[in-house]
Design a binder for this molecule. Sequence first.
Ligand code: ATP
Length: 315
Amino acid sequence: RNVTVKQDKDVKEEYNLYEELGRGKFGTVYKCEEKASGRVLAAKFITTNRAVDRKDVEREVEIMRVLQHPRLLQLYDAFDDGKKQMCIILELIEGGELFERVIDDDFVLTEKVCAIFMKQICEGIGYMHSQNILHLDMKPENVLCLSKTGNRIKLIDFGLAIKFDPLKKIQILFGTPEFVSPEVVNFDRVSYGTDMWSVGVICYTLLSGLSPFMGDSVLETMANVTKAAFDFNDESFEPITDEAKDFICQLLVKDRTERMSATNCLHHPWLREDKKKEVAQLNKTKLKKFVTRRRWQKAVNTILALKRMGAVIVP
Ligand code: ATP
């Protein structure tokens, strides 16, 4: 579909809106149905204000239009009501966030399953990079499951994604400290390797439930990231194979040019299909704690973002 933003048009004319599916710093996502076709989709509403400009949403739409791949959330339609609200209609993803699914008591987490997820993440990022686009906000919350039963995932949230121009020096001032790379913390030049670092952090956490660079404060976390100092000393890593550890070690490298690319990752022995995989069940206690902490953090961040916009919070 070649989507262009429909101007001065109310999304409700063409879509029925249903329950809320999720909420981020910038957008609230609802289930919806296209009246003409009966197709069930997701509608992401973004209020444009001081924090988010209309141009930012247009850029997100522009980037999504280019990205057509089974591992990436697909764009369906877009609206601008001409006032303060924009709405992007997206393919509906019903399985919820990957980490939420994985910590479910019915889900058996093994190294083999982790490799299945990481492979798909690398396929999605690899495709983006082949289109010269950087995601720049890779974190567990942006990996969703297609369904509650299968193991297929999709990457979402291209709100911070940018077209990479090697001739331009791109520095960024956003992201989540736990998942961002040394070059982001140091406000240095970013590139493809910047996403690969975050992929490494996601992999470390998925396997162990631990956040490799998390400190007691944001500053401490940022200092840990800058040093790129991490280890596998925790008991969580005892059942983890050397191949998986090597995979992580080749991503969490301080120098962004030395990290594996997404294509390199797909060729790494840990992700290769012909390799025998560890199927022992991993302990999920720490991963459950990690997810709970991230949920709290998300709630706090949402309140802080609302405050910055000058919103009044009614208890
Ligand atoms: P962030 O604060 O991470 O930058 P955001 O404001 O840009 O987020 P999204 O991450 O796009 O918003 O969406 C917020 C949440 O809504 C997601 O974490 C996810 O749980 C849910 N969500 C988003 N898109 C979809 C979709 N297509 N189908 C189902 N749920 C979705």
